[in-house]
Every structure is written in structure tokens, then in C-alpha cells.
Design a protein around this ligand. Structure first.
Ligand code: PLP
Length: 402
């Protein structure tokens, strides 16, 4: 029997260089981002400058988490109590959670067989929902047709917030993911493309939005300590109207992230090499379907998704057991109980009635997901394909028909 022994949840260690930077912050005792001496920039401020430059946007704000960045992005975009907010039906639970936190009502948009937002459904709901914000998740790194998304947003005056939790380092037609919307949010939680345990970013080139976001994040009126901020008047207009939702990043995490950011592109390349091995292996297997990804979707293959279209739930469940017996930990979005990160929209009972999302439910029913941590190498990826091949054969033998 093929066996795989490595953990799908094991990150690479924090580099010695990043550890040294973190130790220096600890030696200084000044871990709070505003605890600086004589106009010296904090690690957090330097990180924000470097992150904005990396993405090619004007402003960036480092936050306590990705979900927190989404929450204040929605607030800064003007979401008020009871407002409908468009978002993907296929996403992770912090996305509808952030909308709820901002007082909004998620209006779910279906997914297509390539796991991207369904443009036809988006076009329809841009009208029927009455929403003036779209929170678009590039879920599991799949980037939708951004030309069509931008056209719909422009036509209906919809503010686009990109959730780039899985697309940091990705591009679409040469443009960085996160540079399309008025706002973009990123996560630096351990399972994303940078690892500070917890953390996130909000980015924008809009002076009004960054001023609101900085105030929401809990600036204690110390906003002048942020790098490259808009004119004072932009802050004075709103500083007394904007609640403090306290969710800053600290210098310790920022110090680690500054070092990691320098190897981000190289790491994305490493992810894609591993992804290619698994993808190529899976494409040769009958019964497994992989999404179509155009060449201009320069994704980061930090996870792989495939589906088993037409399979009964019991058969998929057996297949997943066959894989896990052999050490391959497949996540399944079709499971009717939420496990780990794979909850599906039917499990979010606090949402209002979403109408017919039957096609999306069917797509989720067969959707399998594998993380690809950078602690794997090419041989590991070949081994994973061998396990899946064997698990398919065993499942097929036990359940010969659909
Ligand atoms: C992880 C994630 C988030 C939230 O990030 P946290 O840092 O965990 O709060 C948002 N959206 C998606 C799609 C994610 O995967």
C-alpha cells in the first residue's frame, strides 16, 4: 500500500534572519507600533511601506488578522447596518463573518465549475441585491474573469473589495491580484503565503479609505506615525466620527513579515513547481476533474482543488477515507457537516434566505482540496498522486457504479 508520512499543516521554520529581527524588537521592549523614538519609523510602518510598494498601491495598513482587515474595509467602503453585500457562495467562513460584523447582509453569488464567481449570477445580483459593495474572494487562489467583474462593478457603481487571502503574489493579465479593487485585504495567518501566526493587510490607493481604515484600526490619533498618509484634513474630517475598533499589528510580527516579504516571489515559484507535479499527475486520472486556468491567471499553487463530478456522497466519503488511511489529508467541501476550514454556505445559519444556489451546491458536493505546504518536495507530490491513484482504484472496486 502506498503511504504518505508528512503533515499537510507543517510550515517551514521562521528563518534565522527573521528570528534575529524579532529578537532585536524584543530587546528594544518597544513592541507597540506607536512606541517609537524621535520620528524613527516602527517595524510596522516600514512593513506597510514595503507591502504597498510590493503591490504597487499607494497605502497599506497592517492589521491584527485578515478577517479584521475585511471588517474595516467594509466599514470604510460605507457599509451600514442592513446593507446587502455581494460575496462568493464558495468562500471561507471569515468572509460572511466580516460582512456580519460590519452590520451587512451577505448576498451570495454562485460559483462556476472552475471554482470562480459565476459572472452571470453576479450580473443578475448586482441589480437584484441592491448592494453597493462586492467582497470578492479569490477563493483557494482561483481568480475570476476580472475584466467582467470590473465591467459589472463600473456599470452599477459597486465598490470592489478583493479578498486576496489566497492570492498574495498572484497576477491576472500581468496585474497583481489586489490591485483591481478600491480595497484589497490579505492574511498573514500561518496557512497563507506569509506566516506571522496571525495578521493581515488592507491596501488601497484611495486617501479617504485609508484615513478611515487607519482610524478604525485604533490609531489613538497617532495616524501621523503611519507612512505616506494623505493630508491632515482628510483625517480631521472624520477623526471624531470614526469609532476605534482596535485591531493593530505589532512590531514583533511586522519584523518577521518584513524578512518574509523579500522571499515571497521565490516561494510562490516553489509552490507552483509543487502544484504542477500534483496537477499533472491528477490530470491523467479518469474520473477526476481539474478546473480550467487560463495562462494569464498567474495563480499561486499553495493548494490544489479537484472534483469528482457525479459521484455519490458515500463514494466520495469512501475515497477520502482511502486517502487518509494512506496519510493524504483531503478536505471536502461537499461534506454536510463543517470540518476544519471546509464549511459550506448552507452551514451559515445566520444568513437570510439566499434563493436558489442549487448549481453551486452541486459543484461543492464534489469539491476536494489539498494544501501544499512548502515543507513538501517534488517527490512528496509524486507520492501524493500515487496515493490518490491507488485510493481511486480501491474506491472504484468497492463502488463500481456511481
Ligand atoms: C484565511 C482567510 C481569511 C481571513 O484571514 P484570517 O487572517 O484568518 O482572519 C479571509 N478569507 C479567506 C478566503 C481566507 O482563506
Amino acid at each position: 500500500m502506498e503511504m504518505f508520512a508528512k503533515a499537510f499543516t507543517q510550515q517551514e521554520p521562521i528563518s534565522e534572519e527573521a528570528i534575529a529581527q524579532a529578537v532585536e524588537v524584543m530587546r528594544s521592549g518597544r513592541l507597540h507600533r506607536y512606541n517609537t523614538v524621535d520620528g524613527e519609523p516602527s517595524e510596522t510602518a516600514l512593513l506597510e511601506k514595503e507591502f504597498a510598494a510590493y503591490l504597487g498601491v499607494k497605502y497599506s495598513l497592517a492589521c491584527a488578522s485578515g478577517g479584521y482587515a475585511l471588517h474595516i474595509a467594509l466599514r470604510a467602503a460605507g457599509v451600514r447596518n442592513g446593507d446587502a453585500v455581494l460575496c462568493n457562495a464558495f468562500t471561507l467562513s471569515p468572509v460572511p463573518g466580516a460582512i456580519n460584523n460590519a452590520g451587512g447582509e451577505p448576498a451570495l453569488v454562485g460559483t462556476n465549475t472552475d471554482f470562480k464567481i459565476d459572472i452571470v449570477d453576479l450580473r443578475a445580483k448586482a441589480v437584484t441585491s441592491g448592494a453597493h459593495v462586492l467582497l470578492l474572494s479569490h477563493m483557494r487562489g482561483h481568480i475570476a474573469d476580472m475584466d467582467a467583474v470590473m465591467e459589472i462593478c463600473d456599470e452599477h457603481g459597486i465598490v470592489l473589495i478583493e479578498d486576496c487571502a489566497h492570492t498574495l503574489g498572484a497576477r491576472w493579465k500581468g496585474r497583481p491580484s489586489g490591485s483591481f479593487g478600491q480595497i484589497a485585504c490579505f492574511s498573514t495567518q500561518s496557512y497563507k503565503h506569509l506566516n506571522s501566526g496571525e495578521g493581515g493587510f488592507l491596501t488601497t490607493s484611495d486617501p479617504d479609505i485609508i484615513a478611515s481604515a487607519v482610524l478604525y484600526s485604533g490609531s489613538y490619533m497617532l495616524y501621523e506615525k503611519h507612512p505616506d498618509m494623505p493630508a491632515k484634513e482628510v483625517f480631521s474630517e472624520r477623526r471624531l466620527e470614526t469609532p476605534n475598533y482596535s485591531g493593530r499589528m505589532d512590531n514583533l510580527r511586522a519584523a518577521i513579515l518584513r524578512v518574509q516579504l523579500r522571499s515571497l516571489d521565490e516561494n510562490c515559484h516553489r509552490w507552483n513547481e509543487l502544484y504542477a507535479v500534483i496537477e499533472q499527475g491528477l490530470r491523467s486520472l479518469a474520473g477526476i476533474s481539474l478546473p480550467f486556468r487560463p495562462a494569464y491567471e498567474e495563480f499561486v499553487g499553495s493548494s490544489v482543488q479537484f472534483s469528482l463530478p457525479g459521484w455519490r456522497p458515500q463514494k466520495i466519503s469512501s475515497f477520502i477515507t482511502e486517502c487518509s488511511t494512506r496519510g493524504v489529508d483531503i478536505k471536502w467541501f461537499g461534506d454536510n457537516v463543517p470540518r476544519g476550514y471546509t464549511s459550506r454556505f448552507e452551514s451559515w445559519h445566520y444568513l437570510s434566505d439566499q434563493g436558489d444556489l442549487g448549481q453551486t451546491s452541486t459543484i461543492l458536493d464534489g469539491l476536494c482540496d489539498l494544501r501544499i505546504p512548502l515543507t513538501f518536495d517534488r517527490k512528496d507530490c509524486q507520492q501524493i498522486v500515487a496515493v490518490i491513484t491507488e485510493a481511486l482504484l480501491c474506491t472504484e472496486a468497492a463502488h463500481p457504479c456511481l
